[in-house]
Design a protein around this ligand. Structure first.
Ligand SMILES: Cc1cc2nc3c(=O)[nH]c(=O)nc-3n(C[C@H](O)[C@H](O)[C@H](O)COP(=O)(O)OP(=O)(O)OC[C@H]3O[C@@H](n4cnc5c(N)ncnc54)[C@H](O)[C@@H]3O)c2cc1C
Length: 258
């Protein structure tokens, strides 16, 4: 079974980049890493390919400055190859242009049975890319998968809901977005890291994937304001003067969690 995984490469959350007041976007001129949200999709794809007894996992990414660091992490986990679309003309692209780029790249993968994404990315997320990619490819889309099984040409998904989950089935090929925490992403082994250095990364331009009007000019949305997220406030400290347990119970009752 051949699986494509969309992986976004994002600024390291441990060293978040600055906000650019002119473009109102996150500066992405530092090293980018594999978005943790997408590590779940990569792991899920590797497990599904194993369960099917073979096939390849191909990564697809759009990122600035020919960045491959995050892709190499996913290749070290076990993906076979990657397609990277990187082009200065794509700077300022909105989510729809991103989806057009990803769909154009996915079309180049022969015999893809399943396309996996995360539900939403961890940096400037809209949570709209998976469904747009599916629409552009003319494929069915299932969102919020907490588990996926493939039987023949049918994909069976447990789709997370607020109350539990729905059982959803659809034919392959299809696009499925997976929720965080569905599987435990493996740590790349030393052997995997060494092997990843020589795995193929096909670097393409916007024109190669049929996108000629990306970037700021092609954006159908405008970012009107951007600001730092407020710092997390200190929690309430309960001093145990002998009534600590009662205070905690009262606190939890107030939150209606007990
Ligand atoms: C006018 C405008 C200008 C913008 N300019 C920029 C800019 O200059 N630089 C910039 O980085 N962002 C820019 N953005 C933000 C950008 O639109 C989105 O962050 C980006 O398109 C991806 O969408 P998302 O993160 O919201 O995806 P979501 O829908 O939240 O992501 C869901 C999943 O889709 C997949 N996915 C999403 N993006 C990618 C990707 N690039 N490669 C591979 N898989 C992916 C991943 O699996 C991801 O987990 C701009 C937005 C607007 C509106």
């Amino acid at each position: 079974m051949n699986i494509v995984v969309c992986v976004k490469q994002i600024p390291d959350p441990a060293e978040p980049g600055a906000l650019d007041p002119n473009t109102k976007t996150l500066k992405r001129d530092t090293k980018l890493i594999l978005d943790e949200s997408d590590a779940y999709g990569v792991e899920m794809a590797l497990q599904l390919a194993d369960a099917a007894g073979g096939g390849e996992v191909t990564l697809v990414s759009m990122a600035p400055n020919n960045e491959t660091a995050g892709l190499r992490t996913a290749l070290a986990m076990g993906a076979a190859k990657a397609i990277l679309v990187s082009d200065p003309s794509l700077q300022g692209s909105d989510a729809l242009t991103t989806s057009k780029v990803l769909a154009g790249a996915i079309k180049r993968v022969e015999g893809a049975d399943l396309i996996l994404t995360a539900t939403e990315s961890s940096d400037g997320y809209t949570g709209t890319v998976p469904e747009q990619v599916a629409e552009l490819l003319g494929l069915p889309s299932v969102t919020f998968a907490k588990s996926i099984a493939v039987e023949g040409s049918t994909v069976k998904v447990e789709r997370q809901t607020e109350a539990g989950y729905d059982d959803v089935e659809c034919p392959t090929p299809c696009v499925v977005s997976v929720t965080a925490g569905v599987v435990e992403p493996r740590y790349p082994s030393f052997k995997g890291i060494m092997a990843a250095k020589s795995k193929p990364v096909d670097e393409l331009s916007a024109a190669d994937v049929g996108v000629t009007a990306g970037g700021w000019a092609g954006a159908g949305q405008e970012i009107v304001a951007v600001e730092q997220a407020p710092a997390r406030e200190a929690g309430e400290v309960v001093e145990d003067d002998g009534t600590g347990a009662e205070k905690i119970v009262a606190f939890l009752e107030n939150l209606r969690v007990i």
